[in-house]
Design a protein around this ligand. Sequence first.
Ligand SMILES: O=P(O)(O)OC[C@H]1O[C@H](O)[C@H](O)[C@@H](O)[C@@H]1O
Length: 528
Amino acid sequence: MDASTLWQRYQEWLYYHEGLGFYLDISRMRFDNAFVEALQPKFEKAFASMAELEKGAIANPDEDRMVGHYWLRNPDLAPTPELTQEIVSSIEQIEVFAEKVHTGGIHPPKAARFTDIISIGIGGSALGPEFIAEALAPDFPPLAIHFIDNTDPTGIDKILTHLRNKLSSTLVLVISKSGGTPEPRNGMLEVKKAYAGQNLDFANYAVAITMPGSKLDDQAKNENWLMRFPMYDWVGGRTSSMSTVGLVPAALQGIDIKEMLEGAKEMDDATRIADIKKNPAAMLALAWYYAGNGKGEKDMVVLPYKDSLLLFSRYLQQLVMESLGKEKDLDGNIVHQGIAVYGNKGSTDQHAYVQQLREGVPNFFLTFIEVLKDREGASPELEPGITSGDYLSGFLQGSRTALYENHRDSITVTIPEVNPRTVGALIALYDRTVGYYASLVNINAYHQPGVEAGKKAAAVILDLQTKVIDVLQSEKAPMTLAQIADKAGASDNVESIYIILRHMSANNRGVVMQGNLGEPNSLTVSMG
Ligand SMILES: O=P(O)(O)OC[C@H]1O[C@H](O)[C@H](O)[C@@H](O)[C@@H]1O
């Protein structure tokens, strides 16, 4: 395509949302009109099922759940007045709580104000809050947030060491929708011990964000924690940024949550329109479908050219891959769907892997995220008429052109600046795009059956560890791995036992391994 035809195509497909100052350009995806027409019936179905979903249909059939994240930003859409009221009052509750924490109305027993937050959660209970904090927290927030998003002892220690002189003014958010996920439970138990170690009563510092009636909720209630915020079964973890999960930490950091909700609502309104060309989420879903042939044949590289959006691709990784990465379609056929997502930020990544994108395996499409506003205030000129922001903008445009010339397609999303409204809008845009795309490829975007397998397998290993410890404690003499496996009733699982024991021995847990470490069969093991 020559430059003037491309410019025509650019204008023909450019989407602009006036209220949000938001642009979407899919002109550098090489679909033609016939492709759009062929997809039209699938889109009609997608628009219709999205409308049903928003009205409260059981859109997640496997888990028999409604899918209501859109109601969070427009409570009037909720299917019952009770739900509307519940959403409205939880937002009020969050604002009142944050205000009291900021002004000292709620304060820790031994300090006038809370100064820090430890936020404990994983997956959807971490990625949204982390992305929002990185994108929107002010430079000097009223409370500084620190995340424990794993069960890595070193990671937990790092936060606790950093805060060791400030625990008495640190608020702890324990975020888990199900209230039963092992990683946040472990983080909470370790943090609780750290408070006890400083003679601080954890309950005075702890806030639970979870579904009413969950294990976590029961614990918070029984121990009389400072506060409990409800999470709903009709909000999926990966779409929970606008629920208590994302809003409580955001409000505590001084981020305007009403603006975030408003931006998301405006984007929701725009992405509800049943006309591909007038609906940015439909346009994006179309582009994804085109890129990967409706089968995820190409990976999605997300490159925001703005440091504060660094975690957006990580956030999208869960949203997209956990939603779309499915073995079966809605009719039970094996389809192995999904779209792989990765990326950090531009122009930084141009000095890392963009070499491969430009010249190597053409197994991806790009999403550039452009932010028009460079910074608060004026920029110094580094060369006559040129600022650092001009470089950033030039690098984005340069990469887009160079990649397109080499038959690497791209999408460009443009926002005026990074603020609560535009971040809310971005989150909403991708929530909806994932929903439409799932419908185009006929899968359930709202369950995650594959995650359970890993959790169950881990539980089996921990159970085996308990048995192995029993065996070692009752037998004094050193034993081979096969003998231990035999006595533990797990003779078909010697390898797992070896890995368990090697880990224990590396951590001074009383396990003594003798023999050649490079030859597991030569080892004898005893409890020292
Ligand atoms: O918030 P939680 O219930 O603790 O869940 C945390 C995460 O873990 C699960 O394994 C799911 O796959 C995620 O979708 C979820 O966000």
